[in-house]
Design a protein around this ligand. Structure first.
Ligand SMILES: [Cu+2]
Length: 147
């Protein structure tokens, strides 16, 4: 009996280890109002491993997720999701990624993902510095948070 319990425990351990090795999915809500204010991605920043995905969920309609020009690693795919639709983005290449909601860029609706080592962090910070004031504020905070 004890032997069987130990075997079952070992099996659970193996399954858990396999789960950690495979890609993870993070869910990000697109909201009119969240804990950090109006027009937000929630969470506003995440740390990922290469191959992980983010599912952008249109909890409130009228939002999307689009790559911010110059805020993605060299060779990474530019994304532009449709308004009010769910979008799943796979982050294959290491680096820092900035995304925005197209209609609410000026209101600071931005998102940052750091995947593995962020070799392009200085470039991303330079882009953030030139963003509209609210976007700049949130991008700068998120870039600092994932550093
Ligand atoms: Cu929006």
């Amino acid at each position: 009996m004890l032997k069987a319990v130990l075997a079952a425990g070992a099996l659970v351990g193996l399954v858990a280890a396999a789960g950690q090795a495979s890609a993870a999915e993070v869910q990000v809500k697109m909201l009119n109002k969240g804990a950090q204010g109006t027009m937000v991605f929630e969470p506003a920043h995440v740390k990922l491993k290469p191959g992980d995905t983010v599912r952008f969920i249109p909890t409130d309609p009228g939002h999307n997720a689009e790559s911010i020009k110059g805020m993605l690693p060299p060779g990474a795919q530019v994304v532009k999701g449709p308004l009010s639709k769910e979008l799943v983005v796979k982050f294959d290449k290491a680096g820092v990624y900035g995304l925005k909601c197209t209609p609410h860029w000026g209101m600071g609706m931005v998102f940052v993902a750091k995947v593995g080592q962020a070799a392009n962090l200085a470039d991303a910070e330079a882009v953030a510095a030139k963003a509209p004031p609210l976007a700049k504020k949130r991008l700068t905070a998120s870039l600092a948070a994932v550093k």
